[in-house]
Design a protein around this ligand. Structure first.
Ligand code: UDP
Length: 218
């Protein structure tokens, strides 16, 4: 049974993650091909040494089993593509860099992308299609929803709950909660780069600064 692996998105995020994808397969002694999927393409071309094609061309490839990492930072697009893949019986593919550190009792759903130098400590639950970019960490007793995105260098301390579709910007620091009262980042909230989050953030808002405050829309 032949297998085909793909990185969906051949822009910045995808081109950063394809080396991680190669590491993933090498660790598994799997010499299957990894291609890019990008819907902006009309014909099959080469991107960074890998065949690149649109989704219809990917579906018509002869492999029996297909696995896709959705390497697009926008979480709404990740969800839309994940639903399309499920309908077409294509599997979500999780990838992690060789130097990612995983400690104890970690449950990560399918489709995750963990970049180099990411650390995930103990007793952690993470939903579908999580992206943790370079040097981010997730400390103990965190619960992270579906389609959550960490830019590089996010410091997510212990007892934090992050709801679906939240986006945490580069270098943000989130204060630890307690087992009785976790710090909650609400659904779809955006934490700006460099923010120092000291208390829970409501769903849908953007917070910036130190201490992080809600950015009012003008
Ligand atoms: N894209 C796609 N199908 C979609 C939405 C996006 O193939 O339904 C591709 C798009 O053509 C682009 C990439 O995904 O090449 C997203 O790139 P962008 O630079 O916007 O984001 P990033 O790579 O930073 O996530």
């Amino acid at each position: 049974m032949t297998k085909l692996y793909a990185i969906y998105g051949a822009s910045g995020c995808g081109r950063s993650l394809i080396p991680v994808a190669r590491q993933q397969l090498l660790r598994e002694n799997n010499n299957a091909e990894i291609v890019f999927i990008d819907d902006a393409l009309t014909e099959i071309t080469l991107v960074n040494g890998h065949r690149a094609m649109n989704y219809q061309q990917f579906l018509s490839q002869p492999a029996a089993h297909k696995y896709v990492q959705i390497a697009i930072a926008n979480s709404a697009i990740r969800e839309k593509i994940a639903n399309k893949l499920a309908q077409d019986n294509v599997f979500l593919w999780s990838i992690s860099a060789d130097n990612v550190i995983f400690m104890d009792n970690i449950d990560i759903a399918e489709g995750a992308a963990l970049s180099p130098f990411v650390t995930v400590t103990s007793n952690i639950q993470i939903g579908k299609c999580f992206h943790a970019n370079l040097y981010s960490y997730v400390e103990h007793d965190c619960i992270i929803g579906d389609y959550v995105t960490f830019a590089p260098g996010v410091k997510c301390n212990g007892n934090i709950h992050i709801e679906d579709h939240a986006y945490i910007g580069t270098g943000a620091v989130i204060k630890q909660g307690t087992p009785d009262k976790p710090l909650v980042i609400g659904k779809g909230a955006v934490v700006g780069m460099g923010a120092v989050v000291t208390k829970s953030v409501p769903a849908g808002v953007t917070v910036v600064g130190n201490p992080a405050r809600i950015l009012e829309k003008k």
